[in-house]
Design a protein around this ligand. Structure first.
Ligand code: ARG
Length: 275
């Protein structure tokens, strides 16, 4: 068994699901006639925050706004690398106003926010790992935004094409197990969510990646958050979680089933502020 990986303490930004609902359909998981149990959603969301805090992570919160039911998905509003904030420009008109509220939070916290000129959905599609930022396109964030992010951060941005509408954001098909490390970090992903060329890129970059099945991905197993040791993961993705044990990671199950109805999970509810 390899040495146990060491956790790194993180700072996460979240938004309470006080006004969470499924009112429109902008991905295949959403059906506007679905009833959401807001009390259960709040309870589930709190268990995620408790899990982060009890593992030593700092959690900041943006105040939720009535009429913005997807605002709980904090990951989509920005991607922060080395304290620099690349904001969002949502694909769906329904979500566009969310950006202003997150931008305001960042400004108050002393950050400048770059406003992307092209569709860009924050950490939903931008995944910093090692020396790169992996970037998804195909459904939401555009290639133009990838170029803009590379110019802004001065970090190589690697475009990956998503091909399955169920995995419309990169963070539904891939997550970072370990950010740094010798080989420049490691990831876990579902290969079939990517075009053949993008799959080949991932194979070259991460020969030791943990490969997931469609079942793992449909169970929200790839919408996980890792601190380098603990993997906060959907209990529905039990089979995938069991495989992390062998790599020395500790799975921490957190059930966000109410949010799956909106096409979101643990990572979608979590933005990392990287200083
Ligand atoms: N209903 C939201 C949407 O379709 C869910 C966003 C999920 N967020 C994520 N990071 N994948 O935009």
């Amino acid at each position: 068994m390899p040495d146990s990986p060491v956790p790194r303490l993180r700072r996460y930004l979240v938004c309470e699901p006080r006004h969470f609902a499924v009112q429109y359909a902008i991905n295949p998981w959403m059906h506007p006639d679905t009833r959401v149990d807001v009390d259960l959603a709040q309870e589930q969301w709190r268990s995620l925050i408790d899990a982060y805090r009890s593992h030593g992570h700092a959690v900041d919160a943006v105040e939720p706004v009535p009429g913005l039911p997807d605002m709980v998905f904090a990951a989509n509003s920005a991607v922060v690398v080395e304290g620099r904030v690349f904001g969002s420009l949502f694909h769906a008109p329904e979500r566009r106003p969310e950006s202003t509220h997150y931008d305001l939070w960042f400004k108050k916290a002393g950050y400048e926010v770059h406003h992307p000129r092209s569709i860009s959905e924050g950490e939903g599609d931008f995944v910093p790992v090692g020396r790169h930022v992996l970037a998804g396109t195909g459904f939401r964030t555009t290639r133009e935004a990838h170029r803009e992010a590379q110019e802004f951060f001065g970090v190589p941005v690697i475009s990956l094409t998503l091909v399955d509408p169920y995995f419309y954001h990169l963070d539904t098909a891939l997550f970072v197990l370990e950010e740094d490390g010798e080989g420049g970090g490691n990831v876990c992903y579902y290969p079939e969510a990517f075009s053949p060329g993008s799959r080949a890129v991932l194979e070259r970059l991460y020969p030791d990646a943990v490969l997931a099945t469609r079942q793992d991905a449909m169970s929200w197993g790839l919408n996980s958050v890792s601190d380098g040791r603990h993997v906060f993961i959907a209990p529905q993705a039990e089979a995938l979680a069991a495989r992390f044990d062998a790599h020395g990671y500790v799975p921490v199950p957190v059930d966000l089933s109410e949010f799956h109805k909106a096409g979101g999970g643990i990572k979608c509810c979590t933005q990392e502020i990287r200083s």
